[in-house]
Design a protein. Structure first.
Lengths: 356, 356
DNA sequence: GGCCGATTTGTAATCGATTGCAAAAACCGG
DNA sequence: CCGGTTTTTGCAATCGATTACAAATCGGCC
């Protein structure tokens, strides 16, 4: 049955004027072997005579051949891609994470797809679907509100390779890497306490969410341990943005007896808070000490240089990707988890309590 | 010829206990039609009776079917992916660009692959190869040192959809979007001149490269227009990092008659410069005015808030991706180019020249 | 009812690789 | 030189979709 062959490829066409992309058949023809042999020769894996190997490689070089990844992906049922999903692509905190993930990924032959949920649950589900559709072989999740979708996880992705990083930790049985937010926050607050501060305020992240809650817990724990009670007007809930830092700071400092120090759940809000304090005529650190969390690239150059808790972002990215590769390679193993160390970085935004 | 069918799929297997991923054949069987019809019904494009359409959709829903993108990609010879290549993934300037690109891309059904060259020419070539290999259908290039690879562009990628953004403009006949760096720099310097400054220094980006050169040109042009000569010791070349900003600033202020104002080629170096000035006991803007370039997310909250030239990053990302989609969709058209507007944002880091 | 044209559906080729099995070739000791 | 192994190669199926063309069905009109 003769069905149309529009622009039938190769066959009698002179090799030299080949214009379309050469494929494995072209190589086979030129090298005088079968496609199977070509495949084996090029992948270097199969057993193949040195002579044929050379012949095939020569032909491939001559035709300027490159493997068609789409065909390969279909056949081997992989995409050699991973999905990196964050809640907000424009969050500077992710910069080094991206870098770490990308570095390990490319070294292992994977490409990284950017995913951005903007905290929209539907978009999050879309990324799960992409995983299922074969767009990627694995996924790194750095979004907070996943847990609700248990159904998604259980029913449809029982064995999908997923690593959760820095968020939504205690939920499903997924692999994850994070830091000890509670302990780190406690360390931050202890630093302020050690400087003599007793009235300490806190600007938290969104709190039904795990991350914000953990840092708030750490704050309260440290204060409780030190025997200080925290009036509710010394706590405010922001959304990690500079603007919300300003807003929360203002609210806290409108209280009757404002704090002398502030533990802020991330550096961006700390920048906002410091800006607001300056606008209110308060000096940092002389009048108010401020400590942040994350250690962004600018924190060191801010004025005053920001005391903060450093998270090893590049390493977190690397570790996360490494775990994911592990997961994708060796089928589902017992879900691993890994806690990365944080570090208190003391700079110029904190100082001993001034004697009143 | 009976060849092995390991775990032969479907055939007599009860549909309900189907565990493997259903494919188009499973749908066809359940709906009692051919795979061709299924494909047409699901893509909603082909002509298909409403009745069959419903039948097929029902079957698909029942089996929880999802299209296999790998198969589809092979068949239609597309990847529905674009490559976004930058010189340094951890550069905060890219944040909003990423966001803009990703937003348009996903709206159009494309995924975005992250590419990071670290200014390594080999890695850059790898990304070109990825494009050719079919990993992606198009590429956004934001790297500076591409031009040398004319060969790559001509010989092997004559018609590859590529949009160059913000860098390496005047080279090959590729589509590109950028801003008028020379004019913007001139505007920045004029702002300082208008404030009464005459001794103005410049911290430039790497200068054999186009971008650094353009901003340097703009600086010199504005100074020349105003009739001021610039001693070479008032110009320094950095690498856009905070540290190099510090370093260059120190060098410039070691000169005998240091400038009273500084135009810095990007905000990060401006942060460094301001930090260094502070360390040297100079106040910004009282003693020295500083203007940057980019308007990073922190520039507004820096202390002092940084006067700078704003680039519309999100829009640049959007525009770039839009152009790329255009290019990919409609075959090669005449290479477009687009120049986005910049804006002088006056904040607290610049002030009128103090009367000595 | 029969015929013709317009719709709808089915058949099978195709995209470009990988790979299980069998056939061919090479090797080897007797 | 031959039978038996071991290597190397080739054949053809396969991954899961899309689509050109042919076949079947439908509808309307005489």
């Amino acid at each position: 049955m003769e069905v149309g062959h529009p622009a039938k490829k190769g066959e009698g066409r002179p090799v030299a004027t080949m214009v379309a992309r050469p494929n494995i058949k072209d190589i086979a023809r030129l090298a005088g072997v079968s496609t199977a042999t070509v495949s084996r020769a090029l992948s270097d894996s199969g057993v193949v005579t040195e002579a044929t190997r050379a012949k095939v490689h020569d032909a491939a070089r001559k035709l300027n051949y490159r493997l068609n990844v789409r065909a390969r992906n279909l056949r081997i049922q992989k995409s050699m891609a991973v999905l990196l999903v964050v809640r907000n692509m424009a969050n500077p905190f992710y910069l080094d994470i991206f870098k770490g993930v990308e570095g390990i990924a490319r070294a292992a032959g994977y490409v990284v797809l950017m995913g951005n949920t903007e905290d929209d649950a539907n978009r999050e589900i879309e990324y799960f679907d992409m995983l299922r559709d074969g767009h990627a072989d694995g996924m790194i999740l750095m979004t907070g509100n996943l847990p609700q979708e248990h159904q998604v996880l259980d029913d449809r992705f029982g064995s999908a390779p997923i690593v959760v990083a820095l968020e939504a930790i205690e939920n499903c049985g997924l692999a994850h890497v994070d830091v000890d937010n509670r302990a780190a926050s406690r360390t931050a607050v202890r630093h302020l306490l050690d400087l003599g501060h007793t009235r300490i305020g806190h600007i938290a992240g969104p709190v039904p969410e795990v991350l914000g809650q953990l840092r708030l817990d750490g704050f309260r724990m440290a204060m409780a341990e030190a025997g200080h009670s925290v009036p509710s007007c010394h706590e405010a809930v922001g959304d990690y943005s500079i603007q919300s830092g300003r807003r929360c700071c203002r609210r806290i400092f409108e209280s009757e007896t404002p704090p002398t120090a502030l533990f802020v759940a991330n550096d961006e809000m700390a920048f906002g808070a410091i800006g607001e304090l300056r606008d209110m005529g308060l000096r940092v650190p002389q009048d108010v000490s401020v400590i942040g969390f994350d250690d962004l690239f600018v924190s060191d150059s801010f004025s005053p240089p920001l005391t903060t808790i450093r998270q090893p972002c590049i390493e977190i990215g690397r570790k996360t990707m490494t775990m994911l590769i592990d997961l994708m390679g060796s089928g589902r193993r017992s879900p691993q988890m890994c806690q990365m160390p944080t570090e208190l970085v003391v700079r110029g935004s904190t100082a001993p309590l001034a004697q009143a």
